[in-house]
Design a protein around this ligand. Sequence first.
Ligand code: ATP
Length: 457
Amino acid sequence: MAEQLNEYQGKATMEKITSLAKRRGFVFQSSEIYGGQNGAWDYGPLGIELKNRIAGAWWKEMTQINDDIVGLDAAILMHPRTWEASGHVENFTDPLVDCKKCKARFRADMIPEENLAAKKCPECGGELTDTRKFNLMFKTHIGPAEDTASIIYLRPETAQGIYVNYKNIIQSNRMKIPFGIAQIGKAFRNEIVTKNFIFRTCEFEQMEMQFFVKPGSDDEWFNEWKKRRWAYYDRLGVKMDHLRWHQHGPDELAHYAKDAYDIQYLFPMGWRELEGVHNRTNYDLTRHTQFSGKDMQYIDQDNNNERYIPYIIETSAGLTRNVLMILCDAYDEEQVADKGNDDDWRTVLRFHPSLAPVTVAVLPLMKKDGLAELALDIRRELKEDFATDYDQAGAIGRRYRRQDEAGTPFCVTIDYQSKDDGTVTLRFRDSMEQIRVPKSELTARLRQEIKDYKRIK
Ligand code: ATP
């Protein structure tokens, strides 16, 4: 067997994933030509497709599979009173310490306790400042006057846009409790430390669903949503032994929450939060009642007009963090030959076909003898149903590798036999198996393969 190149051969590391993401056009550093902008990233041609598909899978799960959940797209800019009511102006802070010597900045809860106690910088040993509270909300001004009356915030979570619209949605869509509102959108946090690629950024996207329930039924719904969110990741083909629950202890639990569990994923840098399932009680709607003066009670017309402020079960996932999770989860290096050179290994992204940026690549074996024309015809047909790519450059083996690295689950190769008998080669990314299929059956076959997909590695 060929000697392994180094101890990281065959393993996913954040460096490899970041570099693959850049090389193949998944994610680029923001404003790279100016040296880059911390905490912000740009999604390239493959990245935006992957992000859209992840968002689409979540949206389908929430608003299509569930009868009792509707969608919303609220504005990023909200009335500043919203953030007083929600508690963000007062409480949305992280503890910050600086090193007086090397000027490094840390979140106090993320450095070793001994360093904090001794006020010693974990990087250079210099003296640390006292811990102070730092509000994570981005603040700016709206309108031409930069005075206190014009202060406005970039929303730090999408949830509040749902709460302030909850009565509108009940009225316009005749929703009855229990019901949910789902939203995908940008959120902004002035994070003290942004690292690990797109894991923690200042500009990111969330997929949040707020489920409104009768007080007293909240524990049951909380458990139900825990179950549904777990099953969702299983259906997406995620490695389930890389997921676990983490219950918030008393010191982690937000002041408004009755119970909270995070779904954590085993990223290359360790177990980290992917999504939170929270019982937010009636805190948010009670606070909006107080701050807006509007009655936020639900009137149960099926139950003698009983009135109450609903409890809220929230499922809050990062969309951009899900992109990173799916990239890490899909990343694989596999030894496919034993010749002692670079070609022995292939890098493959084992995306679920419903998430892959390109579903099927069409490859003519040769450009000449009419094979390219035939391949383009086949691609034209497949385009109607699938995201396709076309590649006629270089040896066929190289082209397969390029598609493996982009996570394309199926390749269709057109050769001389295709001209004679109308069959093509269908090649599977995961097993590298190749079969011959009549081109007239391709669309139906691919649809079935996507539906029946089971991850093998
Ligand atoms: P942390 O304690 O790690 O700062 P959090 O517990 O405050 O995060 P939530 O407010 O519960 O996070 O946010 C819900 C989800 O939004 C998280 O599970 C995560 O997926 C995503 N998220 C939160 N902050 C960021 C960020 N800065 N960058 C990317 N995704 C984020």
